[in-house]
Structure formats: C-alpha cells, structure tokens
Design a protein around this ligand. Structure first.
Ligand SMILES: C[C@H](Nc1nc(-c2c[nH]c3ncc(Cl)cc23)ncc1F)C(=O)NCC(F)(F)F
Length: 274
C-alpha cells in the first residue's frame, strides 16, 4: 500500500519532468525520494504560476476540495509540500502514468472500442455522481481533465474551477468573469477527442468566423436556442448520440442525472455485447 503522506519535504521532492499547464498552475512529475536511492514514489505536483492573491485563494480552495474527495474515479490527493519560508505551497497528487484522456484517445483511437468508451463514460458518471452527492460542481468536465490510470480505469482531475452549491440553492450561478469553457459539452468521449471534431471548433464553424469576444456567448446561446447541437461523431452508436442529445437538453430539468446516464450506458453495453 503506497504511503499516505500528508506533508512532503521539499528537499526530497525531485523534479523529473513538466506534465502540463492548467489555468493558473503547472503540474510536474516528481519522485518523492526521502531515502535518496530512487526507490521513492512518483507523484504529480501542482504549483501556482502567478502569486496573485486571488489565484492563491482559488488554489487553497482547490486543495481543500481535492483533499476531501475519496473515490476510485477521482485523482487521489497525496499531501502538501510547503516551500522554504512557507510563502508558496505545492499540491501533491497521485501520478497517473497513462496521462490525459485527450492524449490517450488520440494515441489509441484505432484500438479503442465503443465498449471501452462506454466503460470510461460510466466511470466518469460514477465520479460525477460522487461529487454531486457532496454538492460539488466540477464546472470544467472535459476529456482534457480526465486522467487515464490504466487501460480499464479513468479518473476525474483538475478541481481548479470546482464550486460547492450552497445548501439553500439548487444550482451554481457563474459569477466571476474568468475564462469559462463555454464551448464544452458533456464528455466528448465519442468523438475520440479528434481535434477536427472539437466542440469549440465545430460551434465556431456554425456561428461563423467573424464573431469574437463577448458576442460569442450570445451567438452560442442563439444557435443552442434554435436547437443546433454538435453532430454525431463518426462510429457513434445511435443510442449513445441520443444520450448525448438528452445531456444537451435546453432546459436543465430535461437532462438525465448521472445515475440515469449509467442506466442508459448499461443498456448501450447490452447492445454492444450482442
Ligand atoms: C496541468 C496538468 N496537465 C497535464 N497533466 C498530465 C498528467 C499525466 N499524469 C498525471 N497524473 C496526475 C496529474 Cl494531476 C496530472 C497528470 N498530463 C498532461 C497534462 F497536460 C493537469 O493537471 N491536467 C488536468 C488533468 F490532470 F486532468 F489532466
């Protein structure tokens, strides 16, 4: 059983490579090697890029969020590393060797079966249902924020935009302007994350290239009001596309819950077995 460390000493955290950049942070692959013999565990370490006060507060909230989550389908929190003088801190998480779902799908798009994609989607629904039961809203569910643990297990990651729905409310209203991923729909798994079928690219094509900035959200709203939706990805089973369309219902009360989605996935899996 891997160590469940809470505090990581900076001097034993050995940088190996940079994994990627998020909204305000960077994630590196490190080996935590207190014995100094390269037998320590590999971990993913996130640190802020900017030391803007607001980002620091958001980072604290992200740490608070991920450290409260215990689910097989959510990336595991390992602990905190306080830098010298405790000025900045770093979030230590489990390292998933297969990387993000986007890169995994691009690399394996010719061998990934519909069954495998349904299994991944079902696991994401289970993770999202767990979040929902804790009244968390992820707000940035996209294949780029899903990590692949093995050929049969994916996990939800990146809780930088996650908010808690207050007890006296039923939904979360976007308040601060920040970068909202307005083009992102339900899991775009079934497009194999092909860049040509990227939700943003397809929506921009429909809206027209000469629109920019604040007008963009208005135009996106209009085409959705007129019931335009992303086309079915290639090889997407009809039942799956109808499930996606239900997730994109204009009125939120018409959209399926994550538990209902799991029933739909089970029934699609039956079809795939026959
Ligand atoms: C900014 C960081 N970007 C990347 N991370 C990794 C990664 C591989 N393996 C990993 N194991 C644990 C973690 Cl936390 C990240 C990785 N790979 C490519 C990236 F571009 C990130 O956090 N992205 C969000 C999410 F984690 F959901 F993919």
């Amino acid at each position: 059983k891997q160590q469940q460390q809470e505090v990581y000493e900076e001097r034993h955290l050995k940088f190996i490579s940079s994994l990627g950049k998020g909204n305000f942070g960077r994630v590196d692959l490190c080996r935590y090697d207190p014995l100094g013999d390269n037998t320590g565990e590999m971990v993913a370490v996130k640190q802020l890029q900017s030391n803007k006060q607001s980002n620091m507060a958001d980072f604290q909230r992200e740490i608070q969020t991920i450290s409260s989550l215990h689910c097989d389908y959510i990336v595991k929190y390992r602990g905190i590393c306080y830098s010298a003088g405790r000025l900045s801190m770093r979030l230590v998480m489990e390292f998933l060797p297969f990387g993000s779902l986007i890169s995994y799908m691009e690399k394996n798009k010719h061998i990934i079966t519909t069954r495998k994609m349904l299994l991944f989607t079902s696991q994401i629904c289970k993770g999202m249902e767990y979040l929902q039961n804790l009244r968390y809203v992820h707000r940035d569910l996209a294949a780029r924020n899903i990590l692949v643990s093995s050929d049969t297990l994916v996990k939800i990651a990146d809780f930088g935009l996650t908010k808690i729905v207050p007890l006296n409310k039923e939904y979360y209203r976007v308040t601060q302007s920040g970068e909202s991923p307005i083009f992102w729909y339900a899991p775009e798994l079934f497009s194999c994350c092909e860049q040509s079928r990227n939700p943003k690219r397809l929506s921009l094509h429909r809206i027209g290239g000469d629109i920019q900035g604040t007008m963009m959200a208005a135009h996106l709203f209009n085409i959705l009001k007129e019931n335009w939706r992303l086309p079915a990805p290639a090889m997407c089973p009809p039942k799956v596309y109808s499930m996606m369309m239900q997730c994109w219902a204009f009125n939120s009360e018409d959209r399926p819950t994550f538990s209902h989605l799991q029933d739909l996935i089970e029934s699609s899996l039956q079809d795939e077995r026959e």
